[in-house]
Design a protein around this ligand. Sequence first.
Ligand code: GLA
Length: 402
Amino acid sequence: MKKLFCFFVWAISTSLYAQKFEGLALTPPMGWNSWNKFACNVNEQLIRETADAMVSSGMKSAGYRYIIIDDCWHGKRDSLGFIQPDPERFPSGMKALADYIHTRGLKFGIYSDAGWFTCGGRPGSRGHEYQDALKYAEWGVDYLKYDWCNTESLNAEGAYWTMRDALYTAGRPIVFSLCEWGNNKPWEWGDKIGHLWRTTGDITSCFDCIVDHGTWFSWGVLQILDKQEGLRIYAGPDHWNDPDMMEVGNGMAVNEDRAHFSMWCMLAAPLIAGNDLSNMSGETMQILTNKEAIDVNQDTLGIQGFKYSAQEGLEIWFKPLSGGAWALCFLNRDTVDKKIEFNWKEHLVSDTFSNRQLDFKARTYAVRDLWVKKDSGTTRKPFRAKVPTHDVKLLKLSPNNK
Ligand code: GLA
């Protein structure tokens, strides 16, 4: 009887307490965010045009859903402390914009910051968390990216916890994206709080470089990739490592964009495009909408890929997929082209994290090239290919039952 009573007390109290909205990101979120291309130059016309372009370009059909306004949409707080959008940039208001986005079958995301001010100097949510969450719910927001500028004396886990509770209390299911740059190891505590957490500082549109901004750095694709080492054990359905939004279409060479996109697929990273969707080249569009690569990213097992080997600038990555399949990516980091000859039978790939093994002596796999979009034999014969500089060969291996 006493046990039963305790159970009821426990059940009632846990249902009353706030928590994360479960199940909103069972596969890595896909969408678009304004920051990488437009920085502070956001307004409602841009957001509407982007929503239209997401549909007409085929990105919506490829799985992209969230249209996220990053920093600088904010106006002043009203006399009661409720946040309002900038009246010149968003004259129709956020509810009307959310409706516009929802009517197109898309979802609406917004940005705030745990500190006094956002990184762009707009009002932050500190001290207004519950008010802001109420506004977001009223407007129809589906996704919140929550930044970490101007947070002096705040404890990261506590601050994100507060916003999580505020969102839950406001009652509208909202994906919660922690943007804390990896400073306080959010992978160790983020899964109870949000659906994804940034693992690094900001990305920049460069394949292999570091940009020094004086008080902070931004990082190229390879530098960000290297910072993911050791983090895969923390990711899975509804709680993802976020190596930052994509720079595909923002000025890198096509092969670099392809390599960047492929690696984000291998990492089970959120696929948040950061380019101008209304003015995309055919090549950018083909990269962003490659359904077979996206399927690697969106695989329902949600297992982040891992680096199997690295030799003379050539890395080999594997990612376990559902149905006994695997993705395999040869990444050429070098500035010269590489010839590969991969003799499957010489390799035994063991993943202790997912408890999966690829034993090419015991089993044959059909090989498919996910960029050429063609079948490429089986693992009975060695795989030969050329991987140009800063490019990839992205393959899917499916158990061959023939
Ligand atoms: C930080 C974030 C970026 C972006 C800007 C906005 O640098 O890491 O992704 O949101 O702030 O000011």
